[in-house]
Design a protein around this ligand. Structure first.
Ligand code: FES
Length: 253
């Protein structure tokens, strides 16, 4: 983990309230699921860093995809090429790749696409279910469709793209139709993750979830991100953000 200076190369809207930022940044190599704590401003109001998942990383470059959720991300959306940010990372653990012949089923909703797409790009096989309210809320569809070996299933609540319904409707069908063992990788709203865990349990599939809890420090000091698990309280930033879904006490906060 290092705190490095990043220079904004690009920052553009790619879906409703969703931005893709390209950075020049010499961060040490990351793995799918790991995240950054980004300092968006030195003002007192925005003193705390924002946790953001890593979408992509190249030689001296980083990509982050973020949704407007408050003052911090609004400030981030105003950044122009040449502006600088402090980026702490890579932080947290990562997804474990499919093993023993498992087929990968990737599920993303809400702000959960970056770590799931990062993993799907790395694995290069399986199915990716992306759920959203409407077509305009789904970013990077061309990029998802260009993944060789990964079948993409858009699902929208209003039926404006792909299937009408919820991402977990399609996940349930994919699990029911699978010919062999599956590994489910999910990130998004808590209700979606809980349902993905339940469906995976019924299908005897392994399920890993990346949790999106409020964070303050990002590296295990403040306890702001604690969740209850079958092994006791765990910090999402330093014990996660990726957990075996079956260990999460979904009903407890
Ligand atoms: S954010 Fe401080 S312990 Fe996790």
């Amino acid at each position: 983990m290092n705190d490095v200076l990043a220079v904004v190369k690009g920052n553009r809207a790619v879906a409703r309230d969703t931005f893709l930022m390209d950075l020049d940044c010499a961060l040490e190599p990351s793995l799918p699921g790991q995240f950054l704590m980004v300092k968006v401003s030195s003002s007192c109001e925005l003193f705390l860093r924002r946790p953001l998942a890593i979408l992509g990383q190249g030689e001296g470059t980083l990509e982050i995809l973020y949704k407007l959720k408050g003052e911090g991300t609004l400030e981030l959306s105003r950044k122009k090429p040449g502006d600088v940010l402090w980026v702490l990372g890579p932080l947290g653990n990562c997804f474990s790749p499919p093993q023993n012949g498992e087929s990968a089923l990737f599920v993303a909703g809400g702000t959960g696409l970056p770590p799931v797409l990062a993993l799907a790009s790395r694995v290069g096989s399986g199915a990716l279910v992306i759920g959203a309210r409407s077509k305009g809320d789904i970013p990077l569809l061309d990029r998802m469709n260009s993944l060789k070996g990964v079948a993409v299933y858009p699902v929208t609540e209003d039926g404006s793209l792909g299937r009408r319904g919820m991402a977990t409707d399609v996940l349930g069908e994919l699990l029911a139709g699978a010919a062999g063992p599956c590994a489910v990788y999910a990130c998004g709203p808590r209700g979606m993750l809980e349902k993905a865990c339940e469906l995976s349990g019924v299908a005897a599939a392994r399920c890993e979830v990346s949790l999106e809890e409020y964070m303050a420090c990002g590296f295990g000091v403040c306890s702001a991100c604690t969740v209850k698990t079958s092994a006791g309280p765990r910090r999402v930033c330093s014990n996660g953000p990726v957990f075996d879904a079956a260990t999460i006490a979904w009903g407890a906060r």
